[in-house]
Design a protein around this ligand. Structure first.
Ligand SMILES: NC(=O)c1ccc[n+]([C@@H]2O[C@H](COP(=O)([O-])OP(=O)(O)OC[C@H]3O[C@@H](n4cnc5c(N)ncnc54)[C@H](O)[C@@H]3O)[C@@H](O)[C@H]2O)c1
Length: 332
């Protein structure tokens, strides 16, 4: 059977994280980077030169009028993701969205609704699920039985996002959604859907709640523990541990390896493999999942996060942080 044609991708938002996604798309046979679009002409020009992509646009309208693309990668500033993505989802154009899809669960629900109404293929970039070491480690863990507990630390260096110039205050307030979501989402990747969350929320190092300690009850009956403190020194960060009755899987070196220790067996270490070794880990796997779904004209499937899946992760984070109380969506 003939190979399907590469998916012609328009990359929207061409700065920081785009410089990690573009080399991945250029390395995958399933993709072609057809065009770049950014409202900042300098950003788009520099990225065009750096990655040799000639077709550029400085507005969504120009990009849409050109129209020679099959899918979009929405890699714009946090507060712009939901609006830009909804426009393309509603137009029926397969859409990859960087996280967080919306800064509020209600925004992500709106996007999920747009996908339900249109049937457009869409996927959220919760890329830790695609770390090759974690995928292999999770499979080996599940071979030892059902998961009975998951512990995740999603700690952050508080001052960089709070004091630095890059993030608007609204994003800094909801940093658990803007960044800690990467690790917190692993609670669901490793343990499944969550039925109940009980949390203690404190204010410690920042002038907002920044210490979250939660107990989770999974629908399976397993338990979860989520810890997220946003005032750590550099070098502390994201970590997971998942247990069956016979084994424990623990992340190492940031998240770039993990170790399975099972009763009566030598420990087994899982490292990054394939393109994860030279490109941003998780990005090759997540893009392959998205692009193959686009080629097949289907929705993405587990572990690829759909918008509905992202809503469930964000609602779990609502329970962990209580942020709907202290940082609700401003009424316009
Ligand atoms: N997966 C990860 O590990 C990871 C890491 C960093 C950032 N991110 C996510 O990627 C996204 C982008 O982050 P970044 O650090 O690259 O941001 P950035 O600020 O460096 O770049 C965003 C770009 O989007 C452009 N932009 C904003 N609104 C636009 C619009 N309406 N149309 C076209 N262009 C627009 C800006 O001009 C800017 O060039 C965010 O959602 C962020 O949360 C993900």
């Amino acid at each position: 059977m003939a190979e399907p044609s590469p998916v012609r991708c328009a990359v929207i938002g061409t700065k920081n994280i785009a410089a990690q996604h573009i080399p991945v798309l250029q390395a995958l046979p399933e993709a072609e980077v057809a065009a770049l679009c950014d409202i900042d002409p300098e950003a788009v020009e520099e990225t065009s030169r750096r990655f040799g992509v000639a077709q550029t646009f400085t507005s969504l309208e120009e990009l849409e009028a050109w129209g020679e693309f099959d899918a979009v990668y929405v890699l714009v500033s946090v507060l712009a993701v939901a609006e830009v993505a909804e426009r393309f989802i509603r137009a029926g154009i397969p859409t990859f969205l960087e996280k967080p899809p919306g800064l509020y669960s209600s925004d992500t629900e709106r996007l999920a609704e747009a996908v339900r109404e249109t049937g457009t293929t869409a996927m959220v970039g919760l890329n830790r699920r695609f770390y090759s070491c974690l995928q292999a480690g999770r499979e080996a863990l599940l071979d030892t039985g059902d998961v009975v507990s998951v512990t995740v630390h999603a700690d952050e260096v508080g001052t960089t996002h709070w004091e630095g110039p890059k993030f608007p205050p609204e994003v800094a307030m909801r940093w658990a959604y803007a960044n800690s979501i990467h690790a917190l989402d692993l609670l669901r990747y490793l343990g499944g859907d969550v039925a109940n969350v009980t949390s203690l929320v404190r204010r410690r190092g920042l002038p907002k709640p920044d210490s979250f300690s939660a107990l989770l009850e999974y629908e399976s009956g397993a338990v979860g523990r989520a810890i997220s403190e946003h005032f750590g020194p550099k070098g502390t960060g994201h970590f997971y541990e998942a247990r069956t009755q016979r084994a424990v899987l623990t992340s190492r070196s940031g998240l770039s390896s993990c170790v399975l220790e099972a009763r009566g067996r030598e420990p087994v270490e899982f490292g990054l493999t394939g393109l994860d070794r030279r490109l941003k880990p998780g990005f090759p796997g997540e893009s392959r999942a998205f692009l193959r779904a686009v080629q097949a004209g289907e929705a993405v499937s587990f572990p690829a996060p759909t918008l509905d899946d992202a809503v469930r992760t964000m609602k779990m984070i609502d329970g962990i942080t209580g942020a709907e109380e202290w940082a609700p969506k401003p009424t316009s």
